[in-house]
Each structure stands twice: as C-alpha cells, then as structure tokens.
Design a protein around this ligand. Structure first.
Ligand SMILES: [Zn+2]
Length: 225
C-alpha cells in the first residue's frame, strides 16, 4: 500500500527540525515513511472487506471505508483528531483514494468533506476530514471544493445517541451552498458509525441537484445501532 511519500530535499530539511512520526502510534520514523514497522503490520489487520449499507430517507447508501475502526486504525483517527498532526491526512487520504479508485462508478466531478461549524473550527486547528478530502482530490485528480456544504447548526455530541436520535439531532444541521446539478460528488469523512452524518449531508447535495453522491471514510465501526 501507499505508505511513503516522494522524498524531497526541502522535506528532508523540515524533517530535521520536525521529526516524522507514525500516523498510527506517533512514534518517530524515518523521513519519507508514514508508518512504523509495527503499525504497518497492525493496520493491515484492520482492513475492511465490507461496505456499510445505510438506508436514509428512502435512499440506499453504500459507504466505502478501507479500514474497520479498531486497534491501529482507531488510534490513527484519534491521533489526527486530538493532536496537531495535519500531515497524517496524507496516508489516510491515500488509503481512501485507493479504496474508491476500485469502484465501478468513479466518474467523480467534485470531492468534498463533511463540514465543521464555526464553533468546531474554534475548538480545533483544522478539519481533518477536509485535509483527507484534499489528499483524495489530489490523488484522483478531481477538484476539491470545501464550500459545497455548510454546517448551519451546532449539534449534540453523537456518541451516546441511538440511530434514530442521531438522525433527529442532525436534521437540518447542514445546508448545500451551491448548485451541484448533474454532478457526481465524492463526500469524505473520518469515521462512519450509523452513517447519519454522511447521509444527511448527501441528502442535502441531492436536494441541490447532485446526480450521485458517493460516501467514503477512512474507517467504519463494526456495528451500527
Ligand atoms: Zn506506529
């Protein structure tokens, strides 16, 4: 798999000041690598062979995720989310790109990501889903547009909500900001649990005229409730 980057002289110099770290465990690694030897083995054990299928307001969504949200893959998500590690979006985005590249319908027109609210933006230094989506866009040579969707309402934290409660919590939380008539949109997020967030966003894109919305995440939880 794609676990290193093309070396550059500039990148090497930067690595002397800011050492390169494994995107799963944060351990120090060589310049040019993304993952340490142990995590390279461990993350392969998290490969996801299934596609999460979610029904949402009469539409069926297949959500494509290279990994199951467990062990090394779970630790990678927590690392990029809770520590300042924007470069980790590179290998994570590469994995998403590799996954969607194998789809039969991959004639994407635009790549976008599940947006943050203004409050989210204040709490975090970056939206990791946006960084991953940018990397996917680069890998697939499909334009990225951050402004397709907007989160217009702050929502409750979702961890303890049931599937139905999540849907209610999210209804009307997002809005499509552009006319996307006839477009096939690739929508990216970090993790899919019930799929409520992705499907709510996708639903808004369909209302704005999208021909098709394909959803992909870095990892998928094993069970949806
Ligand atoms: Zn590691």
């Amino acid at each position: 798999m794609i676990y290193n980057d093309k070396p550059s002289y500039w990148g090497f110099l930067v690595s002397l000041v800011y050492p390169v770290r494994c995107f799963c465990c944060d351990g120090l690694i060589n310049y040019g690598d993304y993952v340490c030897d142990d995590c390279r083995v461990e993350i392969e054990k998290c490969r996801n062979s299934r596609t999460k299928v979610v029904s949402f307001y009469g539409r069926r969504y297949n959500i494509h995720s290279p990994f199951v949200y467990m062990d090394a893959a779970e630790s990678a998500v927590k690392l990029i989310k809770f520590t300042f590690s924007p470069d980790n979006a590179k290998p994570m985005g590469d994995e998403i790109a590799a996954k969607v590249r194998r789809l039969r319908e991959r004639d994407f027109d635009i790549v976008t990501a599940v947006p943050f609210t203004k409050k989210d933006k204040l709490d975090r230094e970056y939206n990791h889903a946006v960084l991953m989506a940018k990397r996917v866009s680069k890998r697939l040579s499909v334009p990225f547009d951050e402004k397709l969707l907007k989160k217009i309402r702050q929502t409750k934290r979702q961890h303890h909500l049931s599937g139905l409660e999540r849907r209610t919590n999210l209804r009307g939380a997002f809005a499509a900001r552009k006319d996307v008539r006839g477009k096939h949109i690739l929508l990216i997020d970090d993790v899919v649990t019930t799929g409520a967030t992705l499907c709510e966003c996708a639903d808004m894109l369909y209302r704005a005229g999208a021909r098709k919305v394909t959803c992909a995440t870095f990892a998928a939880t094993k069970y949806s409730n």
